[in-house]
Design a protein around this ligand. Structure first.
Ligand SMILES: Nc1ncnc2c1ncn2[C@@H]1O[C@H](COP(=O)(O)OP(=O)(O)O)[C@@H](O)[C@H]1O
Ligand SMILES: [Mg+2]
Length: 244
């Protein structure tokens, strides 16, 4: 399998804080790769290093073999890496369609083409019926899907999702799992941060675990959920009991 994303010894320090500490990982084309770890472990910071919002203090990021360390967000987007933010921030007074078209303008300058691209993405995210709804009036679940739609409208080959299921009900989580599996089946690679264990376990081919900025484990969902260090660091006794 061909690597699409390689993170090599990436560190990001904020003053004396090692938010990300010498993390390396390789994601293959077409994979769903999960990233888990306690709050403050450095997950969002690592995403920001990949997406160009932060320049790593040390280390390098390669996308399809090309070094992209320190490349700015807009150019990262041009290279076909799309991302969502942990805190969703749509244009609240604009419609779902408008918000999605903003993403599609990364690919085309022709309004009619952009509109068609956005409508196709809204179909995939099951938001087509809400296209004329103002973003501020959406339910939380629809707002989360709009955030994914905005990222998908940039037509990424690699999609970074930062906790896109937080706060959702189980049936809403199931729907997002289905949608993401559909997106992956079209060949889009997905790098996903998620706290909902059931979702990350169901979706991911492989999972990396961060703790205090360091990668402490990587493996299949089964391997990760059975690893003593991971159970101690993150999953906790309740998970062990629930999982057995
Ligand atoms: N811009 C920043 N400036 C200073 N500290 C930051 C900044 N962003 C994140 N941090 C710190 O880095 C650590 C990792 O944060 P973060 O990557 O958001 O963790 P996670 O997403 O795993 O919860 C935390 O201690 C956080 O307070
Ligand atoms: Mg985070």
């Amino acid at each position: 399998m061909a690597a699409i994303l390689e993170v090599k010894n990436v560190s990001k320090h904020f003053g004396g804080l090692k938010a990300v500490d010498q993390v390396s990982l390789t994601i293959n084309k077409g994979e769903i790769f999960g990233l888990i770890g306690p709050n403050g472990a450095g997950k969002s910071t690592l995403f920001n290093c990949v997406a160009g919002y932060y320049k790593p203090t040390m280390g390098d990021v390669f996308f399809k073999g090309e070094k992209i360390t320190g490349v700015k967000p807009w150019n990262i987007c041009k290279k076909k890496i799309g991302r969502t933010f942990q805190l969703v921030k749509p244009f609240k007074m604009k419609t779902v369609l408008y918000n999605t078209m903003v993403g599609a303008y990364a690919r085309s300058a022709k309004p009619a083409e952009v509109r068609d691209m956005a409508l196709a993405v809204l179909e995939e995210l099951r938001l087509a019926d809400e296209k004329d709804t103002l973003a501020k009036n959406l339910t939380i679940a629809d707002r989360k899907r709009l955030e994914i739609a905005r990222a998908m409208a940039t037509d990424p080959e690699l999609l970074l999702l930062d906790e896109c299921m937080a706060g959702l009900r189980p049936n809403e989580v199931d729907e997002i799992i289905e949608i993401l599996q559909g997106i992956r089946s079209r060949g889009v690679t997905i790098f996903v941060i998620e706290h909902i264990m059931r979702a990350i376990m169901a979706l991911s081919d492989r999972i990396a675990v961060l703790q205090f900025g360091e990668k402490i484990m990587e493996g299949t969902p089964k391997e990760v959920s059975q690893d003593d260090r991971v159970i101690k660091a993150y999953l906790g006794e309740s998970y062990v009991i629930a999982g057995n």
